[in-house]
Design a binder for this molecule. Structure first.
Ligand SMILES: Nc1nc2c(ncn2[C@@H]2O[C@H](COP(=O)(O)OP(=O)(O)OP(=O)(O)O)[C@@H](O)[C@H]2O)c(=O)[nH]1
Ligand SMILES: Nc1nc2c(ncn2[C@@H]2O[C@H](COP(=O)(O)OP(=O)(O)OP(=O)(O)O)[C@@H](O)[C@H]2O)c(=O)[nH]1
Ligand SMILES: [Mg+2]
Ligand SMILES: [Mg+2]
Lengths: 278, 292
């Protein structure tokens, strides 16, 4: 009260450090500091409180400036495929989304297109059962596109509102696995030609700068239209999303905030940034 | 990689100008950016640069014909040193007759897969090996380990009705009884800030008294790796690290950071999804990855 910290060089260095420690990346962090410093100068602001407000609004602007997205069109079959590298929470998030949609009385079908990893189908079958969602699966080791083929046919036949597709984790540098995604996408297009198709890339909030390469390479092989950030209930801030959203303007749809099926939050830029400063 | 970046910086200067302290500072800034881009923790990078600065401002550097190569070599040698030096102990020389090994870490870091990989490795070495399924929470976690155990033909202790601690005790007793040499215990993923689950894994460790407690860390982990590792070490105690998903293009700065801050050695590196894809940790390889 009555004591205001001055925003000097040390203060800005401290902000830079905080941004880097949040995985914003040194290049973007430096750029952001420069921008807020300039803005503070322009408005003659010298208090630390005001500079932090400027930074907060800058971060919120970046995260809000995204392409509009409508993955759940009430008048069509919606196909949503979750993709991403290994272990980032795709299967669990798919279960969360299934339940989230069913609460809105939508007719949901699940496709277990991870035919590779040990017990991946078993894992998803348990979630399907827990959420009361029908599931289409295939043989272990089968072509994932074959499962998607069956699921797309079933979704159209059943007049499902949403077909949720779980895929195997794959490192973005594995060309053959990325080609597999292209094939799956072609299967969707051929067998559900009128569907509203959205692919959502799942990122782990603990991931550092490699998240950027993940977005680039997954986008290059399939229609990634939005992002999901999982494990934000940990201590990592997920700052890599800033550079990603700044460049790609991809909307973040959901946050995974835990291991239970209810641990899903619709993304809100203001709330996300507020959590950083709390 | 770093050589190109430094090359660009140094190419701006010429001749006698070459290696004044100011020039070295500019090179160091470039190195810092490269380290941060590689996910090396900010504090670790800062300390690392201190030791590089000391070595890089010696006169033998200033008189060198190729300052870029000299500085890159200093950085590389310092990284290798920080990662454990040129002669790391092989991670698979087990001197005890009974070796329980506990794997722990964050959700999705690669524990279950690593447990199976290590089981196969020790089995191939001729050690009587067993796995223990201690993840009772994740759907089909036990199934996952059972499938992997079946693939490598290693017995796995399973009790779906036990708590993780009960199963750990029972697995330990059975392994002892069966003359098992290596018991690999796979635990559930957990957050370092979840007190209940951290207590649980500490109890598992207490009742099984493992010869190794490995923190499994994803190579793509960012700045928070240090906080995560320090917390696991403080609350449970770890003896080493396993880095997974090294077959991607993540620069793995997190591995360096965790080793540097906890002082615990990196022992194994996962290099693929298949059960044969694990290697003993080699500092030189990780140094090259971090340098890009
Ligand atoms: N704390 C936390 N854990 C999560 C979250 N989402 C998923 N998990 C956990 O992360 C681990 C991996 O989740 P999965 O859903 O299997 O991840 P995946 O991307 O499908 O993994 P792969 O199919 O093997 O690539 C599990 O232990 C989940 O319970 C989250 O939001 N928070
Ligand atoms: N490419 C690659 N994938 C890996 C590696 N290690 C594990 N994985 C994959 O990463 C994902 C997660 O591995 P898990 O073994 O299920 O991880 P976990 O730590 O047991 O997960 P939780 O039990 O849910 O905490 C799976 O898709 C694995 O196949 C590796 O070295 N390389
Ligand atoms: Mg999965
Ligand atoms: Mg596991």
């Amino acid at each position: 009260v009555g004591f205001e910290v001055e925003a000097g060089a040390e203060f800005y260095d401290g902000l830079f450090d905080q941004l880097v420690l949040s995985d914003v990346g040194s290049e973007l962090a430096a750029k952001l500091i420069e921008e807020i410093r300039a803005r503070a100068r322009d408005e003659g602001a010298t208090s630390a409180t005001r500079v932090i407000e400027i930074l907060r609004s800058k971060l919120e602007d970046i995260l809000s400036d995204t392409e509009p997205i409508a993955p759940f069109d009430p008048n069509r079959l919606n196909v949503v495929m979750l993709v991403g590298v290994n272990g980032v929470g795709k299967t669990t998030m798919l279960a969360k989304i299934a339940r989230h949609l069913k609460e809105k009385n939508l007719n949901v079908l699940i496709a277990a297109a991870d035919t590779f990893r040990a017990a991946a189908v078993d894992q998803l079958k348990i979630w399907a059962e827990r959420t009361g969602t029908p599931i289409v699966s295939g043989q272990q080791g089968a072509d994932p596109a074959a499962v998607v083929f069956d699921a797309a046919k079933a979704a159209v036949a059943r007049k499902a509102d949403v077909l949720l597709i779980d895929t195997a984790g794959r490192l973005q540098t594995k060309k053959n696995l990325m080609e597999e995604l292209k094939k799956i996408e072609r299967t969707i297009t051929k067998n559900a030609p009128d569907a509203n198709v959205h692919h959502l890339l799942c990122l782990d909030a603990n991931t550092g700068q490699n998240a950027i390469s993940q977005v680039e390479l997954f986008r290059s092989v399939c229609r990634v239209r939005g992002l999901i950030i999982n494990k934000i209930d940990g201590t990592a801030r997920g700052g890599a999303v800033l550079a990603i959203v700044k460049k790609h303007r991809l909307p973040i749809l959901f946050l995974g905030v835990g291991e239970n099926v209810g641990d899903i939050v619709e993304f809100d830029a203001g709330e996300f940034v507020k959590a950083w400063f709390s | 990689g770093l050589t190109d970046r430094l090359g660009k910086v140094f190419s701006k200067w010429s001749g006698a100008d070459r290696l004044s302290e100011a020039r070295v500072e500019e090179g160091l800034r470039e190195i810092r950016i490269a380290l941060l881009e590689a996910d090396v923790n900010l504090k670790v990078a800062t300390e690392f640069l201190e030791s590089v600065r000391e070595k890089a401002t010696g006169t033998h550097i200033l008189l060198s014909l190729d300052p870029v190569q000299m500085i890159v070599k200093i950085v590389r040698d310092e990284l290798i040193e920080l990662l454990g030096g040129k002669d790391v102990e092989p991670p698979d020389e087990l001197s005890a007759s009974f070796n329980p090994i506990l794997l722990l870490g964050l959700q999705g870091s690669g524990k279950t897969t690593t447990a199976a990989k290590l089981a196969l490795h020790f089995k191939k070495q001729g050690a009587k090996t067993m796995l223990a399924a201690l993840d009772m929470s994740r759907p089909a976690a036990i199934d996952q380990l059972e499938v992997l155990a079946g693939e490598i033909d290693v017995p796995v202790y399973v009790d779906r009705n036990a708590t993780p601690v009960e199963a750990a005790k029972a697995a330990l007793d059975l392994a002892r009884k069966e003359g098992i040499k290596v018991l690999l215990m796979d635990s559930a993923g957990r957050l370092h800030i979840d007190d209940e689950l951290m207590d649980e894994v500490r109890t598992i460790k207490e009742v099984t008294n493992p010869v190794e407690t490995f923190l499994v860390v994803d190579a793509m982990t960012g700045q928070d790796a240090v906080n995560i590792a320090e917390t696991f070490d403080a609350k449970v105690g770890i003896t080493g690290l396993c880095v997974t998903k090294f077959d991607g293009d993540a620069r793995a700065g997190a591995a360096l950071s965790v080793k540097s801050v906890t002082g615990k050695p990196i022992r194994w590196v996962g290099t693929g999804e298949k059960v044969g894809m694990i290697e003993p940790f080699i500092p030189e390889r990780m140094a090259s990855r971090i340098l890009g």
